[in-house]
Design a protein around this ligand. Structure first.
Ligand code: F6P
Length: 327
């Protein structure tokens, strides 16, 4: 049962934006109001909490946003929140308004901040995993991942058309600072010949041998999908490979921030809505300082401090699929 009653919730988005964050905000606001709570929007993540950029939200504040990318609350990465003084300022702003519960939509760094804040000032915090990278253990999906992957797939399909017309090798870089999930999913879904991710060491000899073997049997169109956080990155890889295979025409395409924008997919809207609803339930039931995940299509509640320690692992079987299916 609840240790204390949460009556006023603050909601914020923090870190890199992710499509579906608006759907999550909408779910928090409307579920909170339905249950008789007041809900406050905090602008620009923890920065807005420190600056006191906080406003009361009504049901209509979140009308017509479920289909929009970005975040109506704006977002930021806030260095000041790493300091005790910053967090103290943030707390005093919440206190002035009587806010006694927080929902933080963001990645593991944002959860780390929430955990510390909640320990220091006894404000219950609930995290919702919002990041295109899907780099948080304890949930099968994060808000924004599905949209980002679909954006990448659409772009890679287009690149393949031109690669095919010219018999070229394309190295396509997708986002993922520490995580190869966007690369892995979009690469498999587009039939990429190779997928390079930060979780695994890249063996350039292996890539070159495989390409030579493919050239030998006249398989001339090749797509290599590289995660941004992989040890070489697309530009460096292209340089090395051009030196080693001067006869090969290589082009680089870096997809960049287009993967972060756009209308969220149905899947992202759905998980964001379910997670936002569950976050308010957690605050009502006294299930504090957890983040909401979905595992095997069921809601899971993971302590915030565990979320910050773990990273997902990418199993050997994934790479085997890539190798066999792209042969
Ligand atoms: O964490 C999401 C992400 O899109 C990463 O994949 C990428 O490395 C990073 O954010 C880019 O951050 P910024 O928009 O601050 O350059």
């Amino acid at each position: 049962m609840a240790e204390k009653k949460v009556t006023k919730i603050g909601v914020l988005t923090s870190g890199g934006d992710a499509p579906g964050m608006n759907a999550a905000i909408r779910a928090v606001v409307r579920t909170g109001i339905y249950n008789g709570m007041e809900v406050y929007g905090i602008l620009r993540g923890y920065s807005g909490m420190i600056d006191g950029d906080i406003f009361k939200m009504e049901s209509k504040s979140v009308a017509n946003i479920i289909q929009r990318g970005g975040t109506i609350l704006k977002t930021a990465r806030c260095k000041e929140f790493f300091t005790y003084e910053g967090r103290e300022k943030a707390y005093s702003n919440l206190k002035k308004l009587g806010i006694n519960g927080l929902v933080i939509i963001g990645g593991d760094g944002s959860f780390r901040g929430a955990q510390i804040f909640s320990n220091e000032f006894d404000i219950p915090c609930i995290g919702l995993p919002g990041t295109i990278d899907k780099d948080i253990a304890g949930t099968d999906f994060t808000i924004g991942f599905d949209t980002a992957v679909n954006t990448a797939v659409e772009a890679i399909d287009k690149v393949r058309d031109t690669a095919d017309a010219h018999d070229r090798l394309f190295i396509i870089e997708v986002m993922g600072r520490d995580s190869g999930y966007i690369a892995l999913h979009s690469g498999i879904a587009t039939g990429a010949e190779n997928i390079l991710i930060p979780e695994r060491r890249t063996d350039i000899e292996d890539i070159i041998n495989a390409l030579a073997e493919k050239q030998g049997r006249k398989k001339l169109v090749n797509i290599i999908v590289v995660a941004e956080g992989e040890e070489f990155g697309a530009t460096e890889l292209s340089k090395i490979m051009t030196e080693r295979m001067p006869e090969q025409e290589i082009r680089v395409c870096i997809l960049g921030h287009i993967q972060r924008g756009g209308a969220p997919t149905c899947f992202d809207r759905l998980i964001a809505s379910r997670m936002g609803y569950a976050a308010v339930e957690c605050l009502m039931e006294g299930r504090f300082n957890v983040f909401v995940g979905i595992v095997n299509n069921r809601m899971h509640y993971i302590p915030l401090d565990e979320a910050v320690k773990k990273k997902q692992k990418i199993g050997e079987d994934w790479m085997k699929i890539v190798k066999i299916l792209s042969s």
